[in-house]
Design a protein around this ligand. Structure first.
Ligand code: ATP
Ligand code: MG
Length: 304
């Protein structure tokens, strides 16, 4: 796999604020790579350095083997950019925005087809100001794709959207990947990263804390598993405690929280229930998420 984006040891300060410090990562061809972290972590700063909009104080960046600042014109033809806070004049029509944007490129994609693919065909004559939040975001995705880019940068794409609009956007981003493009995105929504990204870099206070697939990060930092069940069986607690792979059992009347580790943990608990004919009224498992990983590796919640 070749690196489409390569960032090595970049640092960026604004006065006395160190926004990004010693950040390194690679985005490989064909993947959806997410930079995830809380507000102010340095996501946009990092992305804008990669886009050539900001110059890092030190470190090196290459995008498609080009230098984002020196080769800005060559790169513009090959990358698509959606900015975190983009706006348009209120009364530009959707098709006008698409036409205008397409005119900036040597070989623009078919704008009508893009609008169709993004579910905006019936909005082509609508003013920008009349679009909903989700429709505006879809228009910005259309514009980021108008030059048929090899790599697309998406900064906080779904912020402010309702869950339904968010899911629709996720499908669109998967569609971009399915068309063979590389996606580099930022988000502070752990669920979004977990569902969408092939690999993520966790950034906190300007520094990268870890990089991997969401599943590998969970396995590495939060290997514990939990079973929650309800049973009135008087001997159950003792049986659970005697089960291999179980680390700890918490009981609140008939409700049990059983924690353990390893791939066989849930199977072992089920086997214990079966072997001892323990009747359960309720049974569910809980798997840690990227949210739990974030808390574990940074010591604070992403919402703080
Ligand atoms: N133009 C600027 N001038 C001064 N400080 C800035 C500037 N842009 C960003 N910062 C500071 O740099 C830090 C990182 O900001 P950045 O926008 O990169 O964070 P972010 O992770 O994108 O946050 P968000 O999730 O809110 O978009 C913050 O402390 C912010 O206040
Ligand atoms: Mg940002």
């Amino acid at each position: 796999m070749s690196a489409v984006v390569s960032v090595a040891g970049i640092r960026k300060t604004y006065g006395s604020t160190v926004a990004v410090d010693d950040v390194s990562f690679e985005v490989v061809e064909g993947e959806i790579f997410g930079l995830i972290g809380p507000n102010g972590a340095g996501k946009t700063t990092t992305m804008e350095c990669v886009e050539g909009l900001r110059r890092p104080d030190r470190g090196a960046i290459s995008v498609l083997d080009l230098d984002p600042i020196r080769d800005v014109y060559a790169l513009q033809q090959r990358v698509g950019v959606q900015l975190q806070e983009a706006q348009f004049q209120k009364r530009i029509k959707v098709w006008e925005a698409v036409d205008l944007w397409g005119a900036l490129y040597r070989t623009p994609a078919d704008g009508a087809r893009l609008l169709d693919q993004l579910g905006l065909a019936d909005k082509r004559d609508a003013w920008f100001m009349t679009l909903s939040g989700g429709q505006k975001q879809r228009l910005f995705i259309a514009l980021a794709l108008i030059n048929n880019p090899d790599v697309v940068f998406l900064d906080e794409l779904t912020t402010g959207l309702d869950p339904q609009a968010r899911r629709a956007i996720w499908d669109l981003v998967r569609g971009i990947k399915d068309r063979g493009k590389t996606v580099f995105m930022t988000t502070h929504l752990m669920e979004e990263a977990e569902r969408l990204c092939d690999r993520v870099a966790i950034i906190d206070r300007g520094r990268i804390v870890d990089i991997d697939t969401p599943a590998a990060l969970v396995a590495r930092h939060c290997p514990e598993r939990t079973v929650l069940l309800t049973t009135a069986d008087a001997g159950a607690e003792e049986r659970f405690r005697a089960t291999r792979a179980v680390d700890n059992v918490i009981r609140a009347e008939t409700r049990f929280t059983i924690r353990g580790h390893g791939d066989d943990f849930v199977t072992e608990v089920i086997r214990c229930l079966s072997d001892h004919r323990i009747h359960v009224a309720d049974f569910r498992t809980e798997t840690p998420t990227l949210e739990d990983v974030f808390l574990k590796v940074t010591g604070h919640s992403i919402r703080d």
